[in-house]
Design a protein around this ligand. Structure first.
Ligand code: FE
Ligand code: FE
Length: 310
């Protein structure tokens, strides 16, 4: 009797997919707004010091603070994302033969993803997408970037096709080369079969120094999938935002620079620009889906055909 209720489902360790993002928000707290423009002054320096202390405390404690389900989620993710696994998922999904639908239709489809969250207090997937897009729009960014905010997480529909959570969300990292200790919970990497393969464990592994991330296989998830669905229709900056928005070790911690080329370095500034909207735009207020819909339908039609291959 006892263990059953507490046992964590290895397919769905997270009660709510958003618990992963809540964990990220704890690990990377929102920078304090008063720091902006405070550069140079003594008070500014003091504030920076305080923030640094607060953030380093957070960094040190992320393991202790993480929910057991989040820890288990990362254990499964790090143990199972081998180069072989990534290659098999790429073969399975990047042929884009699973469905044909438009962007808005995909948003409604993603909205059918039901987890154990509370529908009265938690926002739906569409509401989350609209919040990210609306935050980008409020700050006056270009239309393609608003659109990117709207669609960046649509790859989470992989969950609707029976994929386990650890193969859809989670921080992404390169496979086929040494794991950086800047990836969260690096202590779980020895559980990965690739850890025993010396050719995959040198710093560049199967890649070459400075080869560019386009040649690097990332752990499989909603980012790489969505990049492939939309790459033909969006500017390069948007492609990077979608493809690498969960690559926290690179865009937050600046790890894996030895695999990057000049274009990656330039484009990662855009990934960094995008991240605050992804991570911190999820407020309490419910966006009105029906009143926003005409604006977004028009924006979608500006870049995408009515039907895409998924
Ligand atoms: Fe995402
Ligand atoms: Fe997101």
């Amino acid at each position: 009797m006892s263990g059953a209720a507490n046992r964590i489902d290895s397919h769905k360790p997270l009660q709510d997919l958003d618990h992963w993002e809540e964990f990220l928000k704890d690990r990377y707290p929102e920078p304090e707004p008063e720091l902006v423009g405070a550069g140079g002054s003594a008070e500014g320096e003091l504030q920076k010091e305080k923030t640094w202390k607060r953030e380093t405390t957070k960094f040190r404690d992320y393991r202790a603070e993480a929910r057991p389900s989040v820890k288990e989620f990362y254990r499964l993710n790090h143990a199972n994302q081998t180069l072989d696994f990534v290659m098999s998922k790429r073969r399975e999904f990047l042929s884009l033969n699973h469905r044909r639908m438009g962007i808005w239709e995909a948003m409604e489809y993603l909205n059918t993803l039901v987890d154990d969250s509370d529908p009265d207090t938690d926002l739906s997937q569409i509401e989350h997408l609209l919040q990210t897009a609306e935050a980008i729009r409020r700050d006056g960014h270009p239309r393609w970037m608003i659109l990117t905010g709207l669609i960046h997480d649509l790859g989470k529909i992989l969950c609707l096709w029976g994929e386990p959570q650890w193969a859809v969300v989670g921080d992404t990292f390169p496979v086929g080369c040494a794991y950086s200790d800047k990836v969260v919970f690096p202590e779980f990497f020895p559980l990965n079969a690739d850890y025993q393969i010396p050719a995959y464990q040198s710093s560049t592994g199967i890649y070459e120094q400075g080869c560019g991330l386009d040649k690097v296989y990332m752990s499989w998830g909603h980012d790489e999938y969505m990049y492939n669905v939309t790459r033909d229709y969006l500017p390069t900056e948007a492609q990077y935002m979608i493809r690498y928005h969960s690559f926290y070790a690179a865009h937050k911690e600046r790890a894996y620079t030895h695999l990057m080329n000049e274009k990656d370095r330039e484009m990662f500034e855009w990934v960094r620009k995008f991240n605050p909207y992804d991570l911190y735009s999820k407020g309490e207020d419910r966006p009105s889906v029906e009143s926003l819909r005409p604006f977004y339908e028009e924006l979608i039609a500006e870049y995408f055909p009515p039907v895409l291959r998924w």
